[in-house]
Design a protein. Structure first.
Length: 60
């Protein structure tokens, strides 16, 4: 049991501060003069915990 606690205690989450450019695909905007508004509707989302930075947090 102690070995498991030590392994869990040493786990670290790593979040990138910047997007990984090699994962992004840039595409030309066919209407560059148009203003866009985006609305995302979802039942839940993830974020970083404000009380324990670096840990995930979930909300609805």
């Amino acid at each position: 049991m102690e070995e498991t606690r030590e392994r869990v205690k040493n786990l670290k989450l790593s979040y990138q501060k910047q997007p990984q450019k090699e994962l992004l695909i840039a595409m030309p905007n066919p209407y560059p003069d148009r203003e866009y508004e985006e609305e995302i509707v979802t039942g839940e989302f993830t974020s970083l915990c404000p009380l324990n930075p670096g840990q995930p947090d979930y909300a609805t």
